[in-house]
Design a binder for this molecule. Sequence first.
Ligand code: HEC
Length: 104
Amino acid sequence: MLSALLANAFFACSSGPSDTPALSAEAERGRSVYLGNCIACHNIDPAKAGGLGPEVKGSSRELLEARVVTATYPPGYTPKRPSAVMQPLPKLAGDIDALAAYLK
Ligand code: HEC
């Protein structure tokens, strides 16, 4: 009985997306934007810290818009780093949805 339960738990976990899940078209576009504009400082794997910037996986759309377009933070947000190295990239204002889809 117990082993049946364990086997079930095992299969439930192993069917999850352990490596890279398929990306939506929007997230795929976000990935190109990220690779083209962010990885000079952030890690190519957004879940890890990069050479200059912190990990950005899980960033909300609100945070991305504030940080990327205007180099600010949403009200009440505590930044991961106290520095202000990252320059705003206002040309990416139209790509925030895609970035959020990729980084969520
Ligand atoms: C010139 C290097 C550089 C580039 C290019 C850059 N960043 Fe950053 N980023 C940083 C650094 C350093 C920080 C930490 C705060 C600071 O010093 O500005 C940061 C902070 C952030 C934060 C806030 C993290 C947090 O939760 O506090 C987000 C989100 C972010 N970057 C996203 C991006 C995205 C998305 C791009 C590409 C569109 C990008 N960054 C491009 C260097 C960079």
